[in-house]
Design a protein around this ligand. Structure first.
Ligand SMILES: Cc1ncc(COP(=O)(O)O)c(C=O)c1O
Length: 462
C-alpha cells in the first residue's frame, strides 16, 4: 500500500464508520513482517543480525508508509530475538502468542486503568484476575492486587504500602531488610522512598543463597539497639543469580512475632505457587502481607506483566488513594489509579488474561515444569569435577570452572560469552560477590535437549 493509493489523513486514526480496510491492510503487513522476523531466528540466531539500524527522527513532513515499514524492518533486524532456542541469557522468554494478541487489542482499545470510566471492562478484569491469583496462592477474601509495569514497580508498591501501613510515614530511621542476594532494584526502591542506603539492610545468605535466619534475628535485634525501625522484611522467591528461595515460613513467623510487614519478591518464582510442581521451599506464601508475581519473566506474557498481590486490599487503598478530583467514581468500584504508584496505565492485564485463559492451569504447569526439566538435564550432564554449579530449585544455573580466581573468571566468562554468541547461544555473565559467572536461564520453551547438548559441548562441560 503506498501513499498514492490512500490519502494519508485516512490513516491517522481508526474510522468510526465503515470497515477500516486501510487499517486492516496495515495490520496485516506489520504482522507479516513480525512473523518473518520470528522465523529469521533460525538463520541468524538470537542476536541482532544487521547493525545498520539508523535512529531516524521525526521530520517536518510525516514519512510515508513505505519508509515506516522499511524502518520497522530495520528495527527488527537489529533486535534481540527471544524465540531462538539459544536465547538463554535472561528472564526474557519467547512471547506467548495469545499475549501478542492481547497487546494488540490493548493498544487498539487504548483504555486507561487510571479509572473505571476510562476502562470499565478492563478494570473489572484486572480486579477479578488479581483476586483469582490471590485466592489461588491461599490469601483470603479480603485480598486482591494491582498490576504494574514490571517487578521493580510491584515491589515498590508493596514497600510504600508497608511503610505507610506501619505508620512510619517519612521517618528517616525506617529500615528495610532484604537478603544480600536480593535484586539490585531494592537499592532503587530505597532511593525513591527517600531513605539513606544504609537503611537497606542486607541479611547474610547461606551456601545455597538463602537468607540466614540466625543472621536475620541478630540483625533485627541490632536494628532495635540502633533505633532503626523496620517497616518490611523481604524474602526472595527465586534470586536472580542462583534461583534460591529464602526460608519463607521462618521469615513469616519472625514477621508475625514482631508485627513487621512481610513481602515476598516472587518476580521469578512466584508463579510456581499456582501449580502443584514440587519446588523445595515454596510453601506458606499466603503468610505474606504481599507478594510480587511477574509472569513476563517465565511463562512468556509479553512485557511488561507484573502483579502485586496483597492479603488485604485496604492496605493499598489506604496508601495510595488521594481522590481523583477530575474523575467520576462508581459505587463499590475503586478507580485502579488509586491503588498504586502509576496513574495512567495501559490494559496490560489483557495479555495476561488471554495468555492464562489459553494455557489453562495445565498449560502453565507444563511450561513451568519444562523449564525445570531443561535445567535438570543441563546440570545432570555437566561435569561436577570441572564446574562449580550454583542453582536453587528454580530454572536458573550460574556456573564457573572450578578454582578460577576472579581475574581468570572475568577472562573465561567473557571469552565464553563471545564464543557462544558466534554459535547462536546467548548466556549472561553476572558479577556476583566480586566474581563473574556464566548464567543460563532455562525459560525458553523452544529449547530442547539436543540444543542443550550442543551448548554443553561448546562449554566443554561433559
Ligand atoms: C528477583 C527479581 N526481583 C525484581 C526484579 C526486577 O524486575 P523488573 O526488571 O521487571 O522491574 C528482577 C529482575 O530480574 C528480579 O530478578
Amino acid at each position: 500500500m503506498t501513499e498514492d493509493l490512500i490519502n494519508k489523513k485516512d490513516i491517522y486514526f481508526p474510522k468510526y464508520l465503515g470497515s477500516n480496510d486501510n487499517l486492516i491492510k496495515l495490520l496485516n503487513r506489520a504482522t507479516q513482517i513480525l512473523c518473518d522476523w520470528f522465523s529469521k531466528a533460525d538463520k541468524y540466531g538470537p542476536l541482532p543480525f544487521d547493525e545498520n539500524f539508523k535512529c531516524t527522527l521525526p521530520e517536518e513532513d510525516g514519512n510515508s508508509t513505505e519508509d515506516l515499514f522499511s524502518e520497522i524492518q530495520s528495527l527488527l533486524n537489529n533486535s534481540f530475538n527471544p524465540v531462538h532456542p539459544g536465547s538463554l541469557a535472561h528472564l526474557d522468554p519467547p512471547p506467548l502468542i495469545f499475549s501478542i494478541l492481547g497487546d494488540l487489542i490493548a493498544a487498539g482499545l487504548n483504555n486507561n486503568l487510571l479509572a473505571y470510566e476510562l476502562s470499565p471492562s478492563v478494570t473489572l478484569l484486572e480486579e477479578s484476575l488479581c483476586k483469582w491469583f490471590a485466592m489461588k496462592i491461599g490469601f483470603n477474601d479480603s485480598s486482591g492486587g494491582i498490576a504494574a509495569s514490571g517487578g521493580t514497580l510491584s515491589n515498590l508498591n508493596a514497600l510504600i504500602a508497608a511503610r505507610h501501613n506501619s505508620g512510619l510515614g517519612s521517618d528517616p530511621n525506617s529500615a528495610l531488610l532484604v537478603s544480600e542476594d536480593a535484586h539490585s532494584s531494592f537499592i532503587k526502591c530505597t532511593r525513591i522512598m527517600g531513605l539513606d542506603e544504609a537503611n537497606l539492610i542486607r541479611i547474610k545468605t547461606d551456601n545455597n543463597g538463602c537468607m540466614d535466619i540466625q543472621n536475620l534475628r541478630k540483625t533485627i535485634d541490632k536494628c532495635f539497639i540502633d533505633n532503626k525501625k523496620i517497616f518490611a522484611i523481604v524474602a526472595t522467591l527465586g534470586t536472580t543469580v542462583k534461583g534460591a528461595i529464602d526460608p519463607i515460613r521462618d521469615i513469616s513467623e519472625i514477621c508475625k512475632e514482631r508485627n513487621i510487614w512481610f513481602h515476598i519478591d516472587g518476580s521469578i518464582g512466584g508463579i510456581f505457587a499456582l501449580t502443584s510442581i514440587p519446588i523445595k521451599g515454596l510453601n506458606n506464601v499466603n503468610m505474606a502481607n504481599s507478594i510480587t508475581i511477574n509472569p513476563q519473566k517465565i511463562i512468556g506474557i509479553t512485557k511488561t506483566s507484573s502483579l502485586l498481590l496483597v492479603s488485604n486490599m485496604r492496605s493499598l487503598e489506604n496508601t495510595f488513594s488521594t481522590g481523583l478530583p477530575y474523575i467520576s467514581s462508581k459505587e463499590n468500584i475503586i478507580n485502579r489509579g488509586e491503588m498504586g504508584i502509576q496513574g495512567s496505565r495501559p490494559a496490560e492485564i489483557i495479555k495476561l488474561w488471554l495468555g492464562l485463559r489459553f494455557l489453562g492451569l495445565k498449560g502453565i504447569e507444563e511450561i513451568l515444569k519444562s523449564s525445570i526439566e531443561r535445567k535438570n538435564f543441563f546440570i545432570k550432564n555437566m561435569s561436577k569435577n570441572k564446574f562449580e554449579i550454583h542453582s536453587g530449585p528454580l530454572h536458573i544455573v550460574s556456573f564457573l570452572p572450578k578454582e578460577l580466581k576472579p581475574k581468570e573468571a572475568e577472562y573465561w566468562t567473557q571469552m565464553k560469552v563471545n564464543e557462544l554468541k558466534n554459535n547462536y547461544f546467548m548466556l549472561s555473565r553476572p558479577k556476583f560477590k566480586g566474581k563473574y559467572y556464566l548464567r543460563v536461564v532455562m525459560g525458553n520453551y523452544n529449547t530442547n535437549e539436543s540444543h542443550i547438548e550442543e551448548l554443553l559441548k561448546f562449554l566443554d562441560a561433559y
